[in-house]
Design a binder for this molecule. Sequence first.
Ligand SMILES: Cc1ncc(COP(=O)(O)O)c(C=O)c1O
Length: 414
Amino acid sequence: MTSFDFAPLLAAGLPPPAVKWTGFPKYNFIGGHNDAEQVPVERLTAAATAVLTREGATLATYGLNSGPLGYRPLREFLAGKLRRDAGISCASDEILITSGSLQAIDLVNGILLARGDTVLIEQESYQGSLNRLTRLGVNAVGVPLDGGGMRMDALAAALADLKRRGIRAKYIYTIPTVQNPTGTIMDEARRTELLRLAESHDVPIFEDDCYADLIWDGRRPPALHAMTRSNNVIHIGSFSKSIAPALRVGYIVARWEILSRMLALKTDAGSGALEQMVLAEFCAAHFADHVPRLRRGLRAKLETLMDALAEQFGTAAEFEDPKGGIFLWVKLPDSVDTLKLAPAALASGVAINPGPDWSTDKAYGKSRLRLCFANPSHDAIRQGVATLAEVCQREFGVPVRSANIEQRGHARSG
Ligand SMILES: Cc1ncc(COP(=O)(O)O)c(C=O)c1O
């Protein structure tokens, strides 16, 4: 039997085909996965039983009798949580539940962006956001960061430059609270300055806040959405990092005028209902004690990763000790090209994110890499870093001597 040939029928402009999944690599430092041991399986099971027993019949209707914004008790939980933790005051009808915050990003982009538009974005940023902008044909102007997040002098200069050229940016995209990949947190003073600049240039802010629950000491600055006086911030978040990414539950906080435009683009007739119901049931009772436990486990894995890097790479691996999150942004010597290191490491079972994939400045990213530490076990972290050092030694002569105990501890630069 010959197979029908779909190729000549494919729509123009499709992205390249997906690569077939062949299982996880042995040492998996990519993908933003969570810690399997920290998934609260028993409590999720109990929550599922309770909510289905009580309200299972509402599955008969699209939207669970809660309407297209998503399961009302989950939106009510979020409204309370966002008020307590982030200072955001919003009604549950100003929250749209999405299929992960990736769909939230698509919806924000969907209502605002057209080919040829310009946005401002932290120079190092989430690959999922960068790729979307590339695919949409949008000009992403990278704004450099320092230890406190997006640099306001650089943002002011970029906004002024655009103004000179008669361009009004569609938004300023920022991950202000545990930035991906740099792990920085923007303090309140800088947030005030960011809002001032955005307002004076009449540009909205797109605040992506999915890591805010994962700060080691639990203390976060207020969200930009909470601080704005002109309602110019669209805020998105996710349960992927605080509970589990496979649930695919994220959300958007915005005014109804904005949400109503997004709802018109959200053509899936509602995000998955079961996960929304289970999350609402679980979170109301357990979110507050689940998250500190998760944070302690993640912090312990980060310690293991930083120790392993210091042991295996010595001073060749430079990094800041992040204040939270699930990843470490590492600088190797300039001679290392992480776009070449990544496939060589993968051949030895170690998956890493090469820096250029996470930056608008490919040259700046060349010797940098991102390591996610949430998913691998402590042993896998140690072995994976040792294997990475071997591969890097072989390919680039770095580190000069691996496992040099004398160099231990010198790698942390803050
Ligand atoms: C900054 C940022 N935004 C959004 C997402 C998307 O997450 P999800 O769709 O699982 O909510 C991620 C995932 O890693 C992320 O790092």
